[in-house]
Design a protein around this ligand. Structure first.
Ligand code: ADP
Length: 180
């Protein structure tokens, strides 16, 4: 059974098996959560990322966590929101799915996601949060290795949206309150 949680926190402070980074396709750092993760992880991270040769939108790569409390970082490249007609939602779902697949392949128990694509990349927060929750709950129906999935929100507004959507999702599964 996996616990789904929403937290308002700086993702670089979380002691989980893996934090997910909303990276860009170069994997060489950027602004927002990407910049915060690179600053907190230290110089070793950029060295390892240079060797990965980038990553396509919707896909993910794993590195060590370096100076973070998290053991690993899963870097995923979210879509840039244009108007929703270019497959943005499916690409965002793919980011969550690929990150979870990689976590499961490595036998990880706990993972924390930021709200991928909802900052600089402009994805509407409510649609992004619903996509994240639906994709994670769908994945967990067929995977048993993960024990805890955290949605880590930076702002209180994002936290409230995730909290509301997550409790709606739990009401749809009344016998499994708080868990999927
Ligand atoms: P993207 O380019 O994918 O939109 P951003 O980093 O600009 O990525 O934003 C993604 C989300 O990460 C936003 O909700 C932003 O508020 C959030 N964020 C920024 N810094 C942090 C942090 N240190 N911990 C958790 N979330 C963060």
């Amino acid at each position: 059974m996996t616990t789904l949680k929403v937290l308002q926190a700086d993702i670089t402070t979380l002691a989980v098996d893996a934090v997910v980074n909303a990276a860009n396709s170069s994997l060489l750092g950027g602004g927002g959560v990407d910049g915060a993760i690179h600053r907190a992880a230290g110089a070793g991270l950029i060295e390892e990322c240079r060797g990965l040769g980038g990553c396509k939108t919707g896909d993910a790569r794993i590195t060590r966590g370096y100076n973070l409390p998290a053991r690993f970082i899963i870097h995923t490249v979210g879509p840039i929101w244009i108007d929703g007609s270019g497959g943005e939602q499916e690409l965002l779902a793919s980011c969550y799915r690929r990150s979870l697949e990689i976590a499961a392949e490595h036998g990880l128990n706990s993972i924390a996601f930021p709200a991928i694509s909802t900052g600089i990349y402009g994805f509407p927060i409510r649609l992004a949060a619903q996509t994240a929750i639906d994709t994670v709950t769908g994945f967990l129906r067929s995977s048993v290795s993960l024990r805890e999935v955290i949605f880590c929100c930076f702002s209180s507004g994002d936290f409230m949206i995730y909290d509301e959507l997550l409790s709606d999702a739990r009401h749809e599964m009344p016998s499994r309150r708080g868990s999927v």
